[in-house]
Design a protein around this ligand. Structure first.
Ligand code: AMP
Ligand code: MG
Length: 503
């Protein structure tokens, strides 16, 4: 018998059928100009039968991907990472993070950056596959993501964009056709995330704690150049950079507090330097108000409860400040003094921003500490009655007449009287108050029970419910005359609603 000299091993990226891909916009990978310690060049792991489930036409058009059609095989192959056009050099990023207060070295364990693209205005964005297979940072994870978790991210991130709150976006969800093992077997999927960058507070912690000063400096230069080149022209670039990051986080978290959003896992690796909401895991919008509301099944001590988010953001930004100390000043004592002063400023910025937001929710611009008790008594009433957070402000605005009996109790009626008196005292015209409230209070958020129905449908391959939910969430500041908004709130509030990381 003649022994075959060569064996042709089938499988792997090189043997995948080749596609004629539509043309794609130019891609770059400026991030890989950083030292090797910041990334691993790697490719996604192909999936068996990719099929595009959700495709974001508007976003595709913004990045000149509009001729990539949802139904086409090439789209499913590329956006699941199964097969790539020539010229892509994807990479996974290294980072660290404080997870529930504990430091850990992490990295992209189930995400891979496909490249950077510019939008129509010439701004640079990362495109990233999420759920695209193992990387050297995967630890014990399988590198995959469940369909439910990816559709949840798709819905929530698009709703956040609709609320005009800074966020990463979602371009596509591709079903992998493979089973992902979690507590029970689930369908797998790959999401394409679009972000100003994926540089996190945890990226700086990684450089500070595990790399050299030169590498930390390289990361700083790269990030500043990418997001805030103007800081490099100032006397103390690292300190001015902190201003930039902190102010964006103040804006972001104040906005979450305005719309009742609970991120759920505000670890430092989930805080983006660019100030976008990132990593939609166990997040949710609150129905019945409770300052201590927590949805995430793993947040047993309520570290990331609704009312803790401002404090946690400050804690995370203190981690960032700490990581930048050697760049703030070579003399450690001086650096610490400057850093402390900056963190005090941060606290003041939060107070100002938070107070202003609260006032605007009730139609009073430039609310001061003096009027804060007015808000405190409203929030206390909402807490005691578990009033619906979104609808209560619509009731105040007079958008509809609520059915719920809590709006007949004397505490509520007395509060409304005091509120109207305060507006009169300050000479605020009713129409101006209403205009302000319309801008500040959404009438629609993706409520938990609606998200769950959308996810159950998506798991059956039906996308229309999620698409309708997103469609409605895209104009949350509109008011529909005559519509009974109490229909939106689930009877019984949030009950024991729980969210899961879905990893
Ligand atoms: P997240 O909870 O998505 O913010 O992830 C926290 C860390 O765990 C990151 O480093 C992720 O890359 C990693 N991770 C989460 N899920 C998986 C998974 N299924 N496989 C590998 N790594 C994962
Ligand atoms: Mg994360």
């Amino acid at each position: 018998m003649k022994i075959k000299r060569t064996i042709n091993v089938k499988g792997g990226l090189n043997d995948m059928p080749s596609f004629s891909f539509p043309s794609h916009p130019a891609t770059e990978t400026t991030y890989t100009s950083l030292p090797n310690s910041f990334f691993q060049s790697t490719k996604p792991t192909p999936v068996s039968s990719p099929k595009v489930l959700f495709w974001n036409d508007d976003l595709a058009s913004e990045f000149q991907f509009s001729h990539w059609k949802k139904q086409e095989e090439a789209t499913a192959h590329f956006f699941s990472g199964t097969n790539l056009p020539e010229g892509f050099q994807p990479f996974a990023q290294a980072y660290a993070g404080h997870q529930f207060g504990h430091f850990a070295v992490l990295g992209d364990g189930r995400t891979i950056v496909m490249g950077e693209f510019k939008n129509r205005s010439g701004e640079r964005f990362d495109f990233q596959w999420k759920g695209s297979g193992r990387t050297k940072y995967s630890r014990n994870g399988d590198g995959r993501a469940t369909l439910s978790a990816m559709v949840r991210e798709y819905i929530m991130s698009e709703a956040m964009a609709g609320l005009q709150i800074p966020t990463t976006r979602s371009l596509a969800v591709v079903k992998s056709g493979e089973t992902v093992l979690r507590e029970e077997p689930q369908e797998g999927a790959v999401l394409t995330r679009v972000a100003k960058s994926h540089i996190r507070v945890g990226t700086f912690e990684y450089a500070y704690q595990t790399l050299s000063l030169e590498e930390l400096e390289a990361l700083f230069q790269y990030t500043a150049n990418r997001h805030a080149p103007e800081v490099l022209q100032t006397d103390n670039p690292a300190l001015t950079f902190l201003d930039f990051v902190m102010k964006r986080q103040v804006t972001l978290i104040t906005n979450w507090m305005r719309v009742g959003f609970i991120h759920g896992v505000m670890n430092t690796d989930n805080m983006s330097i660019s100030g976008e909401t990132i990593d939609y895991g166990p997040c949710a919008f609150m129905n019945g108000f409770s300052a201590k509301r927590v949805f995430s099944s793993i947040d047993v001590n309520g570290r990331y409860a609704f009312s803790n988010q401002v404090g946690i953001a400050q804690w995370n930004l203190a981690c960032l400040t700490n990581s930048l100390l050697p760049l703030i000043d070579p003399n450690q004592e001086t650096a610490i003094e400057l850093a402390k002063a900056k963190l005090n400023e941060l606290e003041t910025w939060f107070q100002i921003s938070y107070l202003r937001m609260l006032g605007e929710k009730i139609g009073i611009p430039n609310l001061t500490e003096k009027e804060l008790p007015l808000l405190q008594s409203l929030y206390q009433w909402m807490q005691d009655t578990e009033a619906d957070f979104t609808n209560t402000f619509l009731v105040l605005e007079g958008v509809y007449t609520p059915k719920d009996s809590i709006y007949n109790d004397t505490r509520w009626k007395d509060w409304v009287k005091v509120w109207i008196e305060e507006q009169k005292k300050q000479g605020i015209r009713e129409e101006d108050a209403i205009t302000l409230m319309q801008k500040s209070n959404p009438s629609l958020v993706p409520r938990n029970h609606l998200v769950e129905i959308a996810l159950a449908n998506a798991n059956q391959g039906l996308t229309s419910v999620a698409e309708q939910l997103i469609e409605r969430s895209l104009s949350p500041y509109k008011r529909e005359l005559g519509y009974d908004y109490s229909e939106e709130a689930p009877s019984g509030g949030d009950g024991n609603y729980r969210t899961f990381c879905g990893t």
